[in-house]
Write a protein of this length. Structure first.
Length: 130
């Protein structure tokens, strides 16, 4: 950043970020690691995290690991019933999960009618067809 404030990013900040992701989040009272929690622990803004993610490969990997741990802990916490299901749903939506419901719509006058056929496809190797 030419002309800007010098960066706070250094090896100690990176090590602190790694420590947070590797379990330190629980030591500070966070149930899952988050960007907000990481920013607070490092004493920087979320926009600084985004800058560091673009500028420093190792920090980018740390933020990827944060997302993976967040997804894993949220999924397992939800499945075990250890975490609030509404919050888990919100967290997992950030990781591509959804609870879409498919509906077959038929109008009262019969002009719109659902599909009456079902197609089943077997996915797998040819060796499984015996």
């Amino acid at each position: 950043m030419a002309g800007g404030r010098p960066t706070k990013y250094n090896k100690q900040m990176q090590d602190k970020a790694d420590s947070y992701v590797d379990g330190g989040f629980a030591d500070v009272g966070d149930v899952v690691p988050s960007r907000a929690g990481l920013a607070l622990e490092l004493g920087v803004s979320r926009s600084t995290l985004q800058e560091w993610e673009k500028e420093h490969d190792r920090f980018s990997v740390t933020l990827d690991r944060l997302k993976w741990f967040q997804e894993r802990l949220s999924l397992n916490g939800g499945l075990k019933g250890d975490m609030n299901s509404t919050i888990v749903k919100l967290l997992l939506a950030n990781h591509g999960y959804s609870d879409r419901v498919a509906q077959d719509v038929t109008s009262s006058d019969g002009s719109m009618k659902g599909v009456d056929r079902v197609q089943i496809e077997v996915v797998g190797s040819e060796d499984s067809e015996q």
